[in-house]
Design a protein around this ligand. Structure first.
Ligand SMILES: Nc1ncnc2c1ncn2[C@@H]1O[C@H](COP(=O)(O)OP(=O)(O)OP(=O)(O)O)[C@@H](O)[C@H]1O
Length: 354
């Protein structure tokens, strides 16, 4: 089955007042397979919202191709838009209307039955708050209403920018179950952008990580985590005085492993030994026991998406430094120049799209 979303070489440059133009998208590629929950991840300013807005025809791009359901967009968007539900910009609602009335009006204008309104209210957990006016809704309740609105037309593709925004832990859990049910039981393809890495790890089947307007990795969440990052073993001893001796024993023993297994490192970190590259945990316990050293605890540190994300995007915190946002590639093109007497003024359009 062809991908539901196919993006190739997408480019978008924003002009900025008194600054160099900025490549928000620098040849971005993205593919999303059918019936999956696909996570779209990247540091702040890496181009996620720009991509989703471009896909939905909300902004023009400067290059590249995009297809949804095999149809080129934005040219053929009118042919596929009825099959897409999306929450990308902060949705605005009439604050004096109730949640139910809001959805009923939207359903009417889209030719959707009123019974569908009750279904989506139930699905997003707003049934009991449906009578209340939207002005009293919390951020999380508005987010649920926005998702309900996107679900009204029973879309085959659901695109959500930060769906967990404003949701409490129970709300996040509920949203996760809803999105997984839609994808796995109803065959809906769900694309979510998110910063909540542990949530993405639990929610998504596959993901694309972007940085500086480019894809840096994509694939199944499990494969990406397994294929990157560094797993390690943490070892503790009844007496911390054993640590240097244990490190030495493991390093020395690694020399007798065959070449492919020889990259064992053991470093002392406060009251524990961190062992990397050991063929297996039992090799550590045996090697230490052979050296007459007995451990009190051995734990496998599992890789998680956060460490993989920080490594791949190069945004791991450096002690004493604050990561700066918007360090993506700058367009080298020179701005227009206007000569006024002896002074040359650089002219750039005000924050406009290019
Ligand atoms: N209208 C605009 N004018 C100028 N620059 C823009 C505009 N919209 C976005 N940008 C810039 O484009 C880059 C990508 O922004 P975008 O909102 O797509 O990132 P993002 O990955 O969604 O970020 P976040 O995770 O913070 O939501 C950023 O550097 C942003 O400052």
């Amino acid at each position: 089955m062809p991908p539901i979303i196919e993006i190739s070489g997408l480019r978008k440059t924003y002009s900025r007042a008194f600054r160099q133009p900025h490549n928000a998208l620098d040849g971005l590629d993205l593919e999303v397979a059918a019936g999956q929950v696909h996570g779209f991840l990247g540091p702040n300013g890496s181009g996620k919202t720009t991509t989703l807005r471009a896909l939905l025809g909300l902004i023009r791009v400067d290059g590249g191709t995009m297809r949804i359901f095999g149809e080129e967009v934005p040219q053929r968007l009118p042919d596929v838009v009825a099959r897409i539900g999306a929450v990308v910009e902060s949705p605005q609602f009439f604050k004096h209307f109730s949640g139910r009335l809001t959805l009923q009006l939207l359903a009417e204008s889209a030719g959707v039955s009123k019974t569908r309104v009750e279904e989506v209210l139930e699905q997003v957990g707003l049934r009991d708050a449906a009578k209340a006016s939207v002005k009293g809704y919390s951020l999380g309740m508005r987010q649920r209403l926005a998702v309900a609105q996107a679900l009204l037309k029973q879309p085959q593709l659901l695109i959500l920018d930060e769906p967990a925004n404003g949701l409490d832990p129970a709300g996040i859990h509920h949203m996760r179950e809803l999105l997984q049910w839609l994808a796995h039981s109803q065959g809906v393809t769900v694309v979510v952008s998110s910063h909540l890495l542990s949530e993405v790890q639990q929610l998504c089947d596959s993901m694309t990580i972007v940085s500086r307007g480019r894809r840096i990795v994509d694939g199944s969440v499990a494969d990406i985590i397994a294929g990157h990052g560094d797993s390690s073993l943490t070892v503790r001893f009844p007496d911390a005085a054993s640590l240097p001796e244990a490190a030495e024993a493991l390093t020395a023993a690694s020399g007798s492993l065959d070449a492919a297994k020889a990259a064992v490192t053991a470093s002392v970190d406060r009251d524990r030994l961190v062992v990397r590259g050991a063929p297996e945990a039992s090799w550590v316990t045996k090697t230490l026991a052979d050296a007459g050293i007995y451990l009190s605890e051995l734990r496998t540190e599992t890789k998680n998406l956060e460490s993989v994300f920080l490594e791949l995007t190069g945004t791991a915190p450096v002690p004493g430094q604050t990561v700066q946002i918007g360090e993506s590639a700058v367009v080298p093109a020179a701005p227009a120049e206007v000569a006024v007497g002896d002074v040359t003024i650089e002219v750039e359009s005000e924050g406009a799209e290019r």
